[in-house]
Design a protein around this ligand. Structure first.
Ligand SMILES: Nc1ncnc2c1ncn2[C@@H]1O[C@H](COP(=O)(O)OP(=O)(O)OP(=O)(O)O)[C@@H](O)[C@H]1O
Ligand SMILES: [Mg+2]
Length: 120
């Protein structure tokens, strides 16, 4: 499926729509050139999940986490940004293994291509 959006608002709306299909344990791997709309899309995902806090680019932080309300057990939305990671070895120590193993996690990764070896 291919979807083309024409404005930031549309990109957010797409994220919001797709959030309805997310299940616990899902990991969304986003890739695309600088400024292609990854964070904007994630803002839509977060809104769709009912997260009120503003989602900002975690470029200098690598990982930001947001509690998702309305579940019996704790659910966390993790926003990972690997822009500053050049290769998979540099991602060690970020705690990604723990996040991927969290049964209450929904994870979205910007610049997932930086660690594509992990997914193949
Ligand atoms: N479909 C669109 N058309 C035009 N502009 C858009 C569209 N989607 C998002 N934008 C705008 O593009 C800019 C970059 O978007 P965003 O920060 O989401 O990209 P990014 O892929 O996360 O960038 P980075 O690689 O730096 O993390 C923002 O100003 C955003 O509002
Ligand atoms: Mg971004």
């Amino acid at each position: 499926m291919e979807v083309l959006t024409h404005s930031p608002r549309e990109t957010q709306k797409l994220g919001e729509k797709i959030s309805a299909d997310l299940k616990l344990g899902d990991i969304l791997a986003l890739y695309g050139e600088l400024g292609s709309g990854k964070t904007t899309f994630i803002q839509g995902l977060a809104r769709g999940l009912g997260i009120k806090k503003r989602v900002i680019s975690p470029t200098f932080v690598f990982i930001r986490q947001y509690p998702v309300a309305g579940h019996r057990s704790p659910v966390t939305f993790y926003h990972v940004d690997l822009y500053r990671i050049n290769e998979v070895t540099e991602a060690k120590g970020l705690g990604l293994e723990e996040i991927f193993a969290d049964p209450g996690a929904i994870v979205v990764i910007e610049w997932a291509d930086r660690i594509k070896e992990i997914f193949t």
